[in-house]
Ligand binder design. Sequence first.
Ligand code: LLP
Length: 433
Amino acid sequence: MYVSENLGVNERGHLTFGGLDTLALAKEYGTPLYLMDEDLIRKNCRALLDAFGKYYDGNANVSYASKALSCVAICKIMAEEGMHLDVVSGGELFTALRAGFPAERIHFHGNNKTEEELRFGLDSKIDCFVVDNLYELERLEAIAAEQDQQVRIYFRIKPGVDAHTHSFIRTGQIDSKFGLALENGEAEEAVARALQCRHLTLAGLHCHIGSQIFDMEPFAHAAQIMIAFLAQIRRQHGVTLGELNLGGGFGIRYLPEDDPVELDECIRLLTQAVKAACDAEGFPLPRLGIEPGRSIVGPAGITLYTVGAIKEIKGIRTYVAVDGGMADNPRYALYQSPYTLAIADRAGDPRDFKATVVGRCCESGDILQEHTMIQAPRPGDVLAVLATGAYNYSMSSNYNRIPRPAMVLVSQGRARVAVRRETYEDLLRNDCE
Ligand code: LLP
């Protein structure tokens, strides 16, 4: 009935999360509340690492895309699990370093890294920069020269694969702010230039075709295109780039009927495609990288709210208002993202009440889900939104000066605060008279 393996219903009919009663957690920590299942996060990391061990002799890095959810506790878990880390800002890098995450396992993404971020990455001795454009290449070379450092880089390439159609329209993706296109020779020019840069070592290539993808074929297609480009570089320049990162994007279950590919199977299919393409091109197997975010933390999180006002508009809909909303989860407001919701107090009852669940912001678009089926709600109930582990906390805001919720990590039947609830004082921290 529910979307994730760590959810259940106990003898009192309450929703459980990682074996703990969600009503007890709501009472102890207050609502809104982000809950994360540390054991499931670790299990997902291991599934990916084990799969690469099984299907690719472990010749791979699994990076966690920390944009999905970045805080010190999560970075520590990733470090302990032997993961690599993808950061896209100075703030994500700072968080990782503060968590003691080894810099040599961090790579830095972003289509417009600031001067300060480039220097921060360089000074921190991160593993590599994923260079997005020629302007960045020039600046990085200049800074590296100034500091007399040798810096490893990848290029972010647009493979021209549209992951969200079945026809893989190859030109569709040229219109993207990320990376260098293959179609117009931009990528080729960048490679030629990088090979001239004395302080930069072009170590490999990178691509990322999208997010929440259920079909593995676009990944296989992208791998093929990237390996063909690696082979072309070898022919043109006599240089064999030994590393290839294929990005993130594996889909997760938001609705019971969603049918994502298991992580092990994702890696089996991906490595199979890589091996076939290398075979076809006569190219040696590269060290592979992936950088999933959503599939590692997404299913491992839920959000708890308290139901307040319920407003029935006869013949139209019933609004069920909760004590959070678009400030802690803007995904419906932004993308009409689907979620499964449940009344945690009566989680075993049938979900036979059609509700439009809204937040408390002064904005009509502050909706968590429209026309969704939940158990008949009552004011004071705890309402759970499931699979909120990715892109919720990380996309939250203080709109309407609403303090961000706390985040609690659950592991082996115990709970601990990973991020404290913001206070009104926190909201004023940077205000000047
Ligand atoms: N690598 C790169 C270069 C990316 O741009 C992304 C996500 C990832 C890895 C991780 O992708 P994942 O495995 O999480 O799908 N805010 C949107 C998602 C934006 C994803 C941006 N890039 C959402 O809430 O759905």
